[in-house]
Design a binder for this molecule. Structure first.
Ligand code: FMN
Length: 134
């Protein structure tokens, strides 16, 4: 059973080094556990989507929730999925790095638009803000 969770949160005055370290280590760990998704940081906020096997995702979210490097977590969605929308774990610090990452995010947004209109509105608003788009 595949599952996905998305949330936004506020980071606790982390340095550039600490944020890059967090993004880098999350990617390494997630690759090992076949967790896919996206983690973005911009302007003291995190935005994350994680997807993978349900027990693994619930377990990771529990750890993330208790992580003292951020607070004020607000869940955007928490639901089962048939297949993952992201092939790898992408992460980004204020900008999405390559065009491929951006294409994958766009594809995800298209799917959301068709199937989950409410979350589409929230997520497209958030991702545009995170990417500094109008
Ligand atoms: C905003 C944020 C996002 C995180 N995302 C992940 C993640 O995707 N994968 C991960 O393994 N840890 C992530 N972490 C770190 C976890 O909270 C936790 O420190 C880590 O899973 C500890 O793993 P361990 O107990 O297995 O050593 C994140 C932390 C924060 C603050």
């Amino acid at each position: 059973m595949l599952h996905t969770i998305s949330y936004v949160s506020t980071s606790k005055g982390l340095s550039d080094f600490q944020i890059n370290e967090l993004l880098y280590i999350s990617k390494l760990k997630n690759d090992e556990l076949n967790i896919t998704g996206i983690l973005m940081h911009s302007d003291q906020n995190f935005f994350q989507i994680i997807e993978g096997e349900k027990p693994i995702i619930l377990n990771l979210y529990r750890k993330i929730e208790e992580d003292l490097r951020h607070f004020n977590l607000i869940k955007i969605f928490d639901r089962p999925i048939h297949s993952p929308s992201f092939k790898n774990f992408q992460n980004s610090y204020t900008t999405i790095r390559g065009e491929k990452d951006y294409a994958e995010l766009q594809q995800f947004l298209e799917q959301e638009k068709a199937h989950n209109r409410k979350s589409f509105k929230n997520i497209s608003y958030l991702t545009n803000k995170f990417l500094g788009l109008p």
